[in-house]
Design a protein around this ligand. Sequence first.
Ligand code: NDP
Length: 336
Amino acid sequence: NRQILLKSRPIGAPTADNFELVNSPIPTPAAGKVLLRTTYLSLDPYMRGRMSDAPSYAPPVALGTPMVGGTIARVESSQHPDYQAGDLVLSYSGWQDYTLSDGTGLNKLAADMPQPSMALGVLGMPGFTAYMGLLDIGQPKAGDTVVVAAASGAVGSIVGQIAKLHGCRVVGIAGGEDKCRYVVEELGFDACIDRRDADFATQLAAACPAGIDVYFENVGGAVFDAVLPLLNVGARVPVCGLIASYNATDLPAGPDRLGLLMGTLLKKRIKMQGFIIFDDYGHRYPEFFSAMSIWLSQGKIKFREDIVAGLENAPQAFIGLLQGENFGKLVVRVAA
Ligand code: NDP
């Protein structure tokens, strides 16, 4: 049973040394337990927070224990009345081949689901995050200009497509030409600006001639600095993630822009609201699942997965996620 443990807490960007791959015997299920074999492991930005022991909305991973993570797993063997060998489940097994479960938190998936990894992306946590953050907090109206960064990623790609379905003008921000081309040509956004271009802020302003009504915040940092002056009176800003600062060890160098931020919120009556998807919206998952299933079956939502082969490659893939190396929802194929 291969497991990837958190060996040490990163200072700044995580490195391979923060992880340790170990091998242990495959456990045997006692009465009331199932043995799960991981097939897909989801890699998500929030895992950077779990590697750190700074106060957060969820406890850190303890040193010397497996990294946490959402997974798709097969029941290998079962001593639990509700599960039998071969069942496919959504679980929270973490970065390892095998785990025991008493059934808590498991969700059965159709055993013949053609692409089970979708339950970790477009039909799972990231898709749900895009749906609730945009619709409940962003309140998009037809004709609004909606801006989202990390636009080719798991959350951003869905935010923009749902906004298009609501009749909005949608401008994405992404790292690199390939991602920007995909966002416009495949996902149907109206424009996409490369955050790495030197004149990024000027290009963003030109792509938003009527200002910004909804800014779905995925990244923070320099992208937010460019967005702030473009926000319209009454704009809504769902604060979903701040990935640009997840590896930061200090506050950025001055000047202090807090006054500018607060002044803009006040004068333009802007609503900014953070959210933690399952804590705040867990009860609305069925509504999301049925809406997204219909859009997918009608071909109205597209998605892209970045699938990395082999559990041993999870640390490197995760390190790359925090630097924009993934292109689409990052998933590790752990077993066939
Ligand atoms: P993505 O699939 O979008 O991958 C992360 C992307 O972030 C990278 O590909 C890169 O895109 C971008 N990025 C990385 N570093 C930086 C940087 N320094 N500055 C700007 N952009 C950067 O990840 P997800 O869709 O899973 O997550 C997107 C955001 O949503 C994250 O902030 C995450 O923490 C948050 N989130 C929040 C949830 C909640 O409940 N609040 C739930 C789920 C996700 P590019 O190179 O194209 O810019």
